[in-house]
Ligand binder design. Structure first.
Ligand code: ADP
Length: 581
């Protein structure tokens, strides 16, 4: 049973593996694909956000620049036409400044200087503004922090329609709008955005912390952003980052400012983590169900094997009888084969027992025959003298009854001895015919006619067309006489005995049947009736040697003899098979 249990265990392990391997393989594949898809999705979404933010910031700055440029051009035209001291010109200048102040809310201050950099009007000039460097190429430079507020100077040349450089408009843009834009952005969980200038200094932060401070150079996302041509993304240190340059904002070295969005991967992939948790849970439940089902199935599968093992154990103990094991497919097949095997083992055991008995009986027979031979002569003497003495005595002589009894018993002993000698002789005859069974049968009919008459039995010889048999005619006669006499003895109140024959397949042997309609032979006795000394008759009536002699004679001739139920169910049929001559 241990072996079986381990078989059940092994079946469960196989089923578990069969369920686990595809689950893990498909699950891993699905996760990696989902992860890849999600990464792309997160990057796409965040990039779209920074693009929109960047575009807004660029537009604000460009609008401001354009407004200043237009104002500068108009002012330069007016200035070129008018004399520098003209009051109208001053008013026009004031108007331009006023309009710019209204139109550009991000304008912190504005100064107009002449071509040599001397202030003409407006706010004081911001410190360190290199007019020549800033008024070309659209550079705004890096952020300048005034009281912690980031600003950038915007320098625009004011040229008249004829191209004459009349002066510069030096504006200072308050970058508070960048912080406002970041604050208004709808960021994902845990995401934060920072806008850095060309040096990596934060200009605005979405986390509400004040801008400025140390440069963020050295942070992978910021370094990549400031080095990139347009936009990109990277994952490092558990953070996924996207970045984009701001085209309108450039340091004096031509390095574009950048907007960088960073989001911890845990937040970015939180939906995936939830999905993964659910998937793992479902997979585990499915796996547990599969294992449970597998265990049930394995137990069911191995149960017939357990029954088979029990059956095999029983057979090994010598108990071949038992309920048959059933099962589907190969197991059923195996069970049937085991049953057949058990049946064969049983048959073989019976055969061995019969052989052992046969050996025993054969030696008893041989010894009996020797004894019979030795006592035959003294017995003849006893019988002869008893008869002689009896004949001399008149019927009323007191010795007469005793002498008759001696003679009767001696005669009975001689009958037994004759039977034993027949038995012994039966084993010695080597004659093999050929003989005509029909002729022998008719002779037997004549020999047994008186006994048949006494028991009012009839004998039909139905042997027309019977082929010659390979047996000594005397032996066959002895056999048939024995069988007919037995039939007659079995039917003391009359009956019918038939001798018939049948061809056997292959035409090498024939069957001779002696059938009667008497009481028949009980099934339990059928194997034993051929044993020497087996008799059911009253003591003195039978010796139990007749059928033993029959069997010896037939076996000697290479044939077989068996007793069957007569066709029709009533009576006995002794079937002899003999080789054909
Ligand atoms: P015996 O006739 O001396 O008993 P046999 O060897 O001839 O010895 O027969 C053995 C036994 O077989 C008989 O005692 C009888 O029980 C049984 N037997 C033989 N022939 C028949 C038959 N035709 N019908 C019924 N029983 C028979």
């Amino acid at each position: 049973m241990t072996a079986l249990r381990s078989l059940t265990g092994r079946v469960i392990v196989v089923l578990a593996l069969a369920a686990l391997i595809p689950t893990v393989a498909i699950g891993t594949l699905a996760f990696s694909r989902t992860r890849g898809d999600l990464e792309r999705e997160v990057v796409r979404g965040n990039l779209a956000l920074v693009r929109a933010l960047g575009a807004g910031l660029d537009a604000t700055l460009q609008d401001a620049r354009r407004a200043v440029e237009i104002a500068a051009a108009i002012w330069a035209d007016g200035r070129a036409a008018a004399a520098p001291t003209d009051a109208a010109d001053e008013r026009a200048t004031a108007r331009v400044l006023g309009r710019l102040g209204r139109d550009i809310p991000v304008l912190a201050r504005l100064a107009i200087v002449d071509g040599d950099g001397r202030a003409i009007t407006g706010d004081p000039l911001p410190d360190g503004v290199d007019l020549a460097a800033r008024s070309f190429g659209g550079y705004v430079g890096d952020a300048i922090f005034v009281d912690g507020h980031p600003r950038v100077p915007l320098v625009v040349q004011a040229r008249s329609r004829t191209g004459e450089l009349v002066g510069f408009f030096v504006a200072e843009i308050d970058l508070g709008f960048v912080s406002d834009a970041l604050a208004g952005a709808r960021l994902g969980t845990g995401a934060r955005v920072v806008v850095v200038d060309g040096q990596g200094t934060p200009v605005a932060r979405s986390d509400g912390r004040p801008p400025g401070g140390a440069s963020w150079r050295g942070r992978p996302a910021v370094d990549r952003a400031l080095g990139a041509a347009a936009e990109g993304h990277l994952s490092s240190g558990g953070t996924v980052a996207v970045f984009r340059n701001l085209a309108s904002y450039q340091s004096l070295r031509g390095v574009r400012w950048a907007i960088v969005l960073e989001q911890p991967e845990a937040d970015a992939y939180a939906p995936a983590a939830a999905t993964r948790r659910t998937t793992i849970l479902v997979a585990l439940v499915a796996l547990a169900a599969a294992l449970l089902l597998g265990a049930l199935l394995a137990t069911r599968l191995t149960r017939p094997l357990g029954a088979l093992a029990g059956r095999a154990d029983a057979i090994a103990r010598g108990d071949a009888a038992g309920p048959p094991v059933t099962g589907p497919g190969e197991i059923g097949h195996l069970a049937r084969r085991i049953d057949e095997m058990a049946a064969r083992i049983g048959e073989r055991a019976e055969l061995q027992a019969a052989l052992a008995r046969g050996d025993r009986l054969a030696s008893v027979g041989v010894m009996s025959a020797q004894v019979a031979h030795e006592i035959n002569n003294p017995l003849t003497t006893v019988l002869g003298y008893a008869k002689l003495l009896a004949e001399d005595k008149p019927d009323d002589h007191p010795d007469r009854a005793g002498l008759d009894l001696i003679a009767g018993e001696a005669a009975r002993m001689k009958q037994i001895v004759a039977g034993l000698l027949d038995y012994a002789r039966a084993g010695k005859s080597d004659e093999r015919g050929p003989c005509d069974p029909a002729a022998v049968a008719h002779h037997v009919a004549a020999l047994t006619a008186p006994q048949l008459r006494r028991t009012r039995c009839t004998l039909d010889v139905d042997l027309g067309g019977v082929p010659a048999a390979a047996i000594d005619a005397h032996a066959l006669q002895q056999v048939l006489v024995n069988l007919v006499q037995n039939a007659a003895q079995a039917m003391p109140d009359g009956g019918r005995v038939t001798m018939s024959w049948a061809a056997l397949p292959g035409d090498v042997a024939l069957a001779l049947d002696v059938t009667d309609d008497g009481p028949g032979v009980a099934t339990a006795d059928r194997a034993r009736v051929f044993d020497p000394f087996f008799t059911t008759k009253a003591p003195g009536a039978g010796t139990g040697l007749g059928l033993a002699v029959v069997k010896h004679l037939i076996v000697r001739a290479g044939g077989t003899v068996e007793v069957l139920a007569a066709p029709g169910g009533k009576g006995a049929r002794f079937r002899i098979t003999l080789p054909r001559a």
